[in-house]
Design a protein around this ligand. Sequence first.
Ligand SMILES: O=P(O)(O)OC[C@H]1O[C@H](O[C@H]2O[C@H](CO)[C@@H](O)[C@H](O)[C@H]2O)[C@H](O)[C@@H](O)[C@@H]1O
Length: 157
Amino acid sequence: MVLDLDQRTLREIDPDLRRAIGRIARVPNLLIACDYDGTIAPIVLDPTKAVPLAESVAAIRALAALPQTTVAVISGRALRDLAALSRLPSEVHLVGSHGSEFDIGFVERLAPELVEVRTRLQNAVRQIIENQTGVRLESKPASVAVHVRGPSRTSAH
Ligand SMILES: O=P(O)(O)OC[C@H]1O[C@H](O[C@H]2O[C@H](CO)[C@@H](O)[C@H](O)[C@H]2O)[C@H](O)[C@@H](O)[C@@H]1O
């Protein structure tokens, strides 16, 4: 692993952290896994507008280019949405649905009874939130998210 830090920066790093970085740098194979929302993409009101910080993308790309290093972004989002929003290169492994969705075929492999439960859940939630201003429903392959960040406290409750 190549650390692009000058001597002054290295001295300023907390000694425990410096030792930890040293240990990581010596492992034969390194897996770097990180979250998406609130980690590399700042939290925003509209979930469809959450894009990663340029600095985070640059760091992830640089890490993914290192030898013996695997980089993954693991998210609660649908894999398709994660790929479209993050626009990370193919050498970065994307995993959606809280670690269940490693490839797009996941959706087709879902058992019909699970699809049925998900559809019932989506319909029930849709009914509950209709007329709630600013509440958003996000349908995902294995779950449903209800976003209440936008509306007033009254309608969120
Ligand atoms: O596992 P993560 O990558 O952290 O995903 C967790 C959930 O993130 C998204 O929702 C959150 O971020 C939105 C955009 O900033 C924000 O509007 C929302 O209030 C947050 O809860 C995403 O929409 C979900 O599907 C993920 O499960």
